[in-house]
Design a protein around this ligand. Sequence first.
Ligand code: PMP
Length: 281
Amino acid sequence: RIVYVNGRFVPFEEATIPIMDRGFLFADGIYEVSAVLDGRLVDNEAHLARLDRSLGEIGIRNPHTIAEWTRLEEELVTRNNLREGLVYMEVTRGVAERDFAFPPEGTPPTVVMFTQAKTVSANPLAERGAKVISVEDLRWKRRDIKSVALLAQVLAKQQAAAAGVAEAWMHEDGFVTEGGSSTAFIITEDGRIVTRPLSTALLPGITRRAVMRLAEENGLTVEERAFTIEEALAAAEAFFTSASAFVMPVVEIDGNRVGGGQPGPMTRRLRDLYLDMAKAG
Ligand code: PMP
């Protein structure tokens, strides 16, 4: 397995980060994840645009152009013979003596990339449908930044794992914000696809955007508004989206069946539309 660290492709076993890295000490960094299908990156320009935005919002200069990032990702995919899975990219504010304020001008950011082989298209969970639990959203107020400070999500997703379910839907002031690592959707009895509008309360999901576009292109109605867990429990269908789960049907929330406990027809259609788009490249 070959990984990328600060300009070099090296065997995984040889890749190290100094203990003074600000990603390690302060979670002072951001990350991005793109899916790989048939050896090709899925919707990657949008992921790289979000990576650039995340860096800008926390004042780290982007160490690479979009073209350079793309070339590095493609080389990593090739070197690992990756057909299907993920490319993970992380940029931190670099290595410096521990001090909260930014390090001296010119401190180079740390850049790390690795691949993970994973079945993303023929995922058996998508056939059965995923169960989720609801948990309070304990995160900070800039969730639009894809920060590596993920402790609240670690705890939420551990609660989900302990409950034997796939995801935690986080809520705040009575409304669902998003999943621990995904965007939450419901479909109403009259067939409207509902998801929360973008704000600083949630990450602007790249898969969310693609699914909304595909839905609209196929004559489906998308409504951007916040919804409650109660509304999700009464919905005709529910699902979540992410670069790694694509479109994942939700069949149970907090032990209550949703949509008869089966992946719903509109969710299946959206998953197929997304897979077709992803495979077409
Ligand atoms: N929300 C959160 C909190 C996430 O971590 C993710 C996964 N990166 C998403 C939503 C889904 O985003 P995307 O579709 O870009 O993977």
